[in-house]
Design a protein around this ligand. Structure first.
Ligand SMILES: Nc1ncnc2c1ncn2[C@@H]1O[C@H](COP(=O)(O)OP(=O)(O)OP(=O)(O)O)[C@@H](O)[C@H]1O
Ligand SMILES: [Mg+2]
Length: 488
């Protein structure tokens, strides 16, 4: 099935999210859409999937113009999309989610189908498990299977590799190649060059709503970077730190949550350190960060902050002690999707000036504009709703709410969804913020390269335990990769 997009426009007021984009995707191929944060990738794909209506332009399928104004129409034409932020129902089970949109009503038959299609792609999903505690990778697998079961012939995946483990990525890419070999078209949206290099047959690069280039394999990485950013981005400079007194000490922590919980974790984090948490997604890193932030009470074990006993105290007490936590799921835990940037700032201000009843909107706008400028948040100004920002810009907004002088920053996948230029910028910002105040950073990341680039020390989680704790200067991607798989 050949898809041709011709001169697609999408305007949101003054924002030209898509500004005359044309591209062709042949059947049986994997086509990449590459571009920096806010380039217009998700908008273009939402138009193709019937989620968003275009302002202008034409879409043809095998030469015939099509009208896909709703996701149901698009689905009827065989177009299915895996969205950047999961659109599943977390409170339902895997099987119940799999049923969504499916004409079959008999759960026994559905269970068989799910089982068969999971085996075909090597995905291991328990039909009766609730979706909420699943990893992002597993939720994606479920959604892909659901879309395929509905007869999707053009599968669009929006940033499917952000926040999933290397193993899950290998599985996913194998499944996607398999789909292309069966004659389906796969469109992979990403801002990661390595994804495109590993999987795609051809790529279109977008920037500021326009096409800046196209390329077929073999790809020329340097040239693609130029098409994305204008020039290849510079890496943040690392400054060596000498760790000070212990800031956070965890002893024998057992905690529930996530896929594995924590099973007897002990760690000491010292002032000024940058510590990366590696591991397959859901191996305990998220629970570790939440326990350290006072958001999750351990079942057993003891927590000390700068020597003071904090076990059993609430998040507010941790915050008062200078601990700041940034969650990984932006639209679920971090931001309030339909509130604007200025409303988010007003909420913060309200919290800061306790006792004040009225919101001083003038101040809130000034504050919002400052954040937009400092964090280079693109996409519509102070009145833009958080959900309307591109994924990368939502992350920048979240980062702009980090406390100014924290003692301990706990960051869950802080650069998830950020393009390389933005990720480097964020680390540059965090490093300069923290080097002044000698703050400590503990962050989780699915990218080993990132951990090796910015962290002083790495702790590898496996099945709820820390199985390796080593200075980054004394390890490499290969050795960390083995540890992540439980082979120390
Ligand atoms: N519903 C909306 N209302 C207003 N502006 C929007 C809306 N959706 C997208 N935009 C704007 O359109 C532009 C393109 O956004 P889009 O989400 O398509 O970018 P992207 O390339 O997917 O970026 P990312 O890599 O960060 O996900 C951004 O400036 C964004 O703020
Ligand atoms: Mg996007």
């Amino acid at each position: 099935m050949e898809i041709v997009l011709r001169d697609i426009h999408k305007h949101y007021g003054p924002v030209r999210a898509n500004d005359g984009i044309s591209l062709t995707v042949s059947s049986g191929t994997v086509h990449g859409i590459l571009g920096e944060n806010g380039a217009g990738k998700s908008t273009l794909m939402k138009i193709l999937a019937g989620f968003t209506r275009r302002t202008g332009g034409e879409i043809r399928l095998d030469g015939r113009p099509i009208f896909c104004d709703t996701p149901a129409q698009a689905s009827g034409l065989g177009i299915g999309m895996l969205y950047q932020d999961p659109l599943d129902f977390p409170l339902l089970t895997v099987l119940e989610n799999f049923k969504l949109g499916h004409p079959e009503n008999d759960f026994h038959t559905l269970r068989d189908r799910l089982d068969r299609i999971s085996r075909r792609f090597d995905f291991a999903l328990n039909p009766d498990a609730p979706v909420r505690p699943l990893t992002i990778g597993e939720r994606q697998q479920l959604e892909i299977l659901r879309l395929l079961e509905l007869g999707t012939r053009i599968l669009i995946l929006d940033e499917p590799t952000t926040g999933i483990s290397a193993t899950q990525k290998t599985l996913l890419f194998k499944a996607l190649r398999q789909l292309a070999e069966e004659g389906r078209s796969v469109i992979l949206v990403s801002h990661k060059l390595e994804d495109v290099e590993a999987l795609c047959d051809s790529v279109t690069v977008l920037r500021s709503g326009k096409v800046t280039g196209r390329m077929e394999t073999p790809f020329h990485a340097h040239r693609l970077m130029e098409m994305m950013f204008g020039a290849p981005p510079a890496k943040p400079a690392r400054c060596a730190t000498s760790p000070g007194e212990p800031v956070l000490a965890l002893e024998g922590i057992f905690a529930a949550g996530g896929r594995t919980g924590l099973k007897g974790c002990s760690a000491i984090i010292r002032q000024g350190e940058v510590v990366g948490l590696a591991g397959l997604e859901g191996s305990g890193q998220g629970v570790f960060l939440r326990v350290a932030a006072g958001l999750k009470k351990p079942l057993e074990g003891c927590i000390r902050l700068k020597g003071e006993h904090m076990t059993g105290r609430d998040h507010h007490a941790f915050k008062t002690a200078g601990v700041h936590f940034l969650p990984g799921s932006r639209l679920e835990e971090g931001l309030i999707p339909h509130m604007s940037i200025v409303e988010h700032t007003a909420l913060r201000k309200g919290a800061r000036e306790r006792g004040a009843f009225w919101i001083r909107w003038q101040d809130a706008y000034r504050d919002a504009r400052r954040r937009i400028a400092d964090f280079r948040i693109k996409g519509g100004g102070p009145d833009a709703a958080a959900a309307s920002l591109s994924g990368g810009n939502q992350q920048r907004l979240l980062l702009s709410f980090l406390a100014e002088n924290p003692a301990l920053l706990l960051l869950e996948n802080p650069t998830r969804g950020l393009d390389i230029e933005s990720a480097h910028w964020v680390w540059g910002h965090l490093q300069s913020q923290c080097s002044e105040s000698r703050a400590t950073i503990v962050f989780s990341s699915a990218e080993l390269d990132e951990i090796l680039m910015v962290a002083d020390r790495v702790m590898v989680f496996f099945d709820g335990a820390i199985i390796k704790d080593v200075r980054t200067s004394e390890t490499d991607v290969g050795r960390l990769g083995l540890a992540i798989a439980g082979k120390v």
